[in-house]
Ligand binder design. Structure first.
Ligand code: FES
Length: 575
């Protein structure tokens, strides 16, 4: 008997509460469920859970109630019982010190609720940066049939002859404001025009990147990544997710373990590179892969980056917005261009292999937005990993969004010990800094008290910004928003707070960056490094609650910053 047959849909009697008497537990559960108005006919059907994450602190999930209703429609159409349940929600700009600290918490919430409640399959609905990775991590560990649905991107809006969309334009205008190029009145007006509809950020930031690589991974339905949040197709997609989840509930397949494999992870990396996606996606993909016991090899990213061109012309690398990718034909068009490089035998939530759902050629592609493989937007992939004495286990650079004139550089370091130090000195007129220097931020990595915020996009010191300096090499153990751009080296690991070599850098040291050689080195001898290491300061750690759990068990960026005890767990339930 196959595993699928053994685990046929069990509906309301799935995962019974343990009273030592299964008959009593089923009777009691049905009784209480009937108090919610369900008929016995409904309770005898397969159940599709809908993990919903609306919150007054999450603008990107504003459309969640409509999506839930549409998913329910799909489940009911196929004869199932849809039951919505909440999980925590992570609104990117509403969480302190950073949403990254809570991604693993949400993943545990999703995993445990998927495993503990009576459902035969699930549709998980997320959108904002950390929610989709958290849901995929949870689903990968719970390993029940799951379809990921994203809320979809916001619309960009016309403004004075151009379009504005969160959040590359947020940073562009803030940089101009800091440089004194626009007034207080103008920046206040722009503030009200950057994010004007429901949905996640409108460019190829982290949310859009995660939507794309989820589709490439096979965990969402084809064509779903780029549909705008406010488009009626988004609701039709939600209904289709409900229908498909119901089919999966009945067949108990495919399971996440059949979909998330080393091959599908590599496909996701290909797509990440071709869309010039967010650096954050490398961390999230490592965490998702880690849940299935798969290591995301940074050398593999470098290999793929050399042979996978950037095909998509979207901000922050290019000019357009997610709604334009949707109008151009969606992510499927990109995957068609990459078809010869993808593993086509990977299983997807459709029940078909990737090759089967890519068998029909797209009827039309807007080549302004999605370039042919033979005429790419950029010749090489958007991301690379760097290694060297400053980053022994790796660092990440989004070269597609960086200034190539800074790619081969040896220069003096100007070092900030912490985010507080950065904010107190970066605009000091007496700061000893020149345009050719390298800015370094320490103690902003996963083990730091600030838990790896998106602070790696260090502002250009005001005294240089007002002189017209737009970009400098910046290095840190922090992350960067996927909507940002610049020559910004991120995720240096081991991070400073765990005693990595980054902790040893001092202002005036020489640092060498070589994109060609994929190296990042501090030009000090081992003896000098060891001498400095003896005087390293250990920062105090949280002593209670979730902050302690986070600090004590978080892994480094190459392991996805997941908790060490969550990686590689299959969590099979005993029969
Ligand atoms: Fe939610 Fe950007 S703030 S995706």
């Amino acid at each position: 008997m196959t595993k699928q047959n053994k685990n046929k849909a069990k509906g309301i009697t799935n995962n019974l509460t343990n009273y030592g008497d299964p008959g009593f537990a089923a009777y009691l559960r049905r009784s209480f469920a009937r108090s919610m108005g369900y008929s016995l006919d409904s309770l005898n059907r397969p159940i599709v859970g809908i993990a919903s994450s609306p919150s007054g602190f999450n603008n990107c999930h504003r459309s969640m109630p409509d999506l839930v209703e549409a998913v329910k429609r799909g489940v009911l159409k196929r004869g199932g019982l849809p039951i919505e349940f909440p999980t925590i929600s992570l609104g990117e700009v509403f969480l302190s010190p950073t949403s990254m600290m809570f991604r693993n918490l949400m993943s545990m919430d999703v995993e445990e609720m998927l495993k503990a409640q009576p459902m035969d399959a699930c549709v998980v609905i997320g959108g904002c940066d950390k929610t989709v990775p958290a849901q995929l991590m949870g689903a990968a560990s719970a390993n029940i049939p799951t379809v990921q649905l994203v809320t979809g991107p916001m619309m960009a809006m016309p403004y004075q002859g151009e379009r504005l969309g969160a959040c590359t334009d947020c940073r562009r205008f803030w940089g101009r404001y800091r440089a004194g190029e626009i007034s207080d009145t103008a920046i206040n007006e722009i503030e009200g025009k950057l994010a004007t509809t429901a949905g996640s950020c409108a460019v190829m930031g982290t949310a859009s990147t995660m939507a794309c690589i989820t589709e490439a991974l096979g965990m969402s339905l084809p064509g779903s990544a780029a549909i705008p949040a406010v488009h009626a197709d988004r609701l039709r997609m939600a209904e289709a997710c409900g229908e498909r989840a119901m089919e999966m509930a009945q067949s108990q397949s495919p399971l996440p373990e059949q979909i998330i494999t080393p091959k599908s992870i590599e496909n996701a990396v290909r797509v990440l590179l071709a869309v010039s996606g967010s650096t954050n996606a490398v961390v999230h993909l490592a965490a998702i892969a880690g849940r299935r016991g798969i290591n995301l090899d940074l050398d593999m990213i470098n290999r793929l980056s050399e042979e996978t061109p950037v095909l998509v012309n979207l901000k922050p690398t290019g000019e357009h917005y997610m709604q334009d990718l949707f109008a151009a034909g969606g992510l499927v068009t990109v995957m068609h261009e990459l078809k010869h490089l993808l593993y086509l035998d990977c299983m997807t939530v459709t029940g078909e292999t990737l090759g089967e759902w890519l068998s029909d050629e797209p009827e039309w592609i807007d080549r302004e937005v999605v370039r042919p493989f033979s005429q790419p937007y950029q010749d090489k992939g958007g991301l690379i990993a760097l290694f060297g004495s400053l980053a022994p286990t790796g660092a990440i650079l989004k070269r597609a969004a960086a200034d190539p004139s800074l790619f081969e550089k040896e220069a003096r370091a100007v070092v900030f010990d912490s985010l507080e130090d950065l904010s107190s000195r970066i605009d000091d007129p007496d700061l000893d800094v020149e345009p050719e220097d390298i800015l370094v931020l320490k103690n902003a990595g996963p083990k730091s008290v600030v838990c790896m915020p998106e602070a790696g996009y260090l502002p250009i010191p005001k005294k240089l910004a007002t002189r017209g300096v737009k970009d400098m090499v910046r290095i840190s153990d922090a992350r960067m928003s996927g909507t940002a751009f610049g020559t910004v080296v991120l995720h240096v690991s081991p991070d400073a707070a765990s005693g990595g070599n980054l902790a040893l850098v001092q202002s005036g040291d020489r640092i060498r960056l070589s994109v060609k050689d994929k190296r990042l080195d501090i030009l000090l001898s081992d003896a000098d490094l060891n001498r400095r290491r003896e005087n390293i300061q250990i920062h105090s750690a949280p002593n209670r609650g979730y902050a302690k759990l986070y600090h004590d068990t978080v892994t480094q960026a190459p392991q996805g910053c997941d908790f060490d005890f969550l990686r590689g767990q299959t969590n099979e339930k005993p029969e």
